[in-house]
Design a protein. Structure first.
Length: 269
C-alpha cells in the first residue's frame, strides 16, 4: 500500500484529505524528519540520562509496586526536552486534527533500545476496556529520535486493525511473525514520528543478525475528550499536577493536563 507522509513543517501543518483518509482507513500516519534537530539532540541526551542513572528503572518499579516506591522523584516530563517534545506545537496541532479540540495527555515512555533487545510481539495500546467505549480515539506518537535504518529493529503495523474490537494480546501468539497486509517501516530519517491510532496492532521486529546501533525511542499518547480514560500509572494525578506546575502546555492547550479526562486507577489483572 502507499503510505502517505507529512514532511518537516515550516509552519503548523494542516493534514490534507488524503492524509486524513489514510489515518481513518489504515490507522497510522508517517511524519519523516518531523522533529527539529535541536530538540532531537536534547531529548537524546536526556534519554541517556534517563536510562543510565536508573531513573527509568525506578519509574517502572513505581508502576509495578506503587505502595513500596511511591511517586518517582523524576518523571519523563520533568526532563525539559521531554516536556517540550510532548507539547511540541506542530505535533499537538496534528493531534488536534485527529482527535478534535480539548484532548488530553495520557502518558509518556522513554527508552534506548539496545541492538540485541528482543522484538515485541503483535499488540495494541488502546486503553479503553469495553467495546462500548470504542467510539473515542486515542493516538500514540512514536518518536524515533535517531530514525530507523535497515540494520535496526523496525516497526510493523497492520493497517485497518484499529477497527477491530479486540484485546491487546489477541495476536500475541503470533509473536512478531510477518502478517498478510502488514506495512513494515525499517527506514526513517532522524527525528521521525509515526502517529498510530492506539488500537492499531503493531510489533517491533528485531534483527538479531545485525549488530546495529541503539534505537532512541520516546512515545507519548493523547486521548480524545468526551469519555473517561483509564490511567496506566498509579500516580497519574501527581503527573498531571507536575506538568501543570511546570507550565509545559501553553495557553492554547488548557485541557492537555486536565484530570477530568480520567477515571480512577485500577491495577491491571
Amino acid at each position: 500500500m502507499t503510505v502517505q507522509t507529512l514532511h518537516t513543517p515550516t509552519r503548523l501543518p494542516e493534514l490534507d484529505d488524503t492524509q486524513r483518509a489514510q489515518f481513518d482507513r489504515s490507522g497510522f500516519l508517517v511524519l519523516p524528519g518531523f522533529l527539529p534537530n535541536d530538540l532531537v539532540t536534547r531529548v537524546k541526551q536526556e534519554v541517556d540520562t534517563w536510562v543510565d542513572t536508573g531513573l527509568r528503572a525506578r519509574s517502572i518499579a513505581a508502576v509495578l509496586d506503587y505502595a513500596t516506591h511511591g511517586v518517582p522523584d523524576v518523571l519523563e516530563l520533568d526532563l525539559p526536552g521531554h516536556g517540550e517534545l510532548l507539547a511540541h506545537e506542530p505535533l499537538l496541532d496534528v493531534v488536534r486534527q485527529l482527535l478534535g479540540p480539548g484532548f488530553g495527555f495520557h502518558h509518556m515512555h522513554s527508552d534506548r533500545h539496545a541492538p540485541d533487545l528482543p522484538g515485541k510481539g503483535w499488540h495494541h495500546d488502546y486503553e479503553q476496556r469495553f467495546p462500548s467505549h470504542r467510539t473515542h480515539t486515542m493516538v500514540h506518537a512514536l518518536h524515533y529520535l535517531d530514525g530507523i535504518d535497515p540494520d535496526m529493529a523496525g516497526l510493523a503495523v497492520l493497517p485497518g486493525s484499529h477497527r477491530e474490537v479486540a484485546q491487546k494480546t489477541a495476536r500475541a501468539h503470533l509473536g512478531t511473525d510477518v502478517l498478510p497486509g502488514e506495512v513494515y517501516l525499517e527506514e526513517l530519517p532522524a527525528g521521525s514520528t509515526v502517529l498510530l491510532h492506539s488500537a492499531l496492532f503493531h510489533a517491533r521486529r528485531a534483527k538479531p543478525q545485525f549488530p546495529g546501533r541503539p534505537r532512541y525511542f520516546v512515545d507519548a499518547s493523547y486521548c480524545e475528550a468526551g469519555v473517561l480514560w483509564p490511567p496506566v500509572k498509579p500516580y497519574w494525578r501527581e503527573m498531571l499536577q507536575r506538568a501543570r506546575r511546570l507550565g509545559i502546555a501553553g495557553p492554547q492547550w488548557p485541557d492537555l493536563f486536565a484530570e477530568h479526562h480520567f477515571s480512577e486507577y485500577t491495577r491491571p489483572e
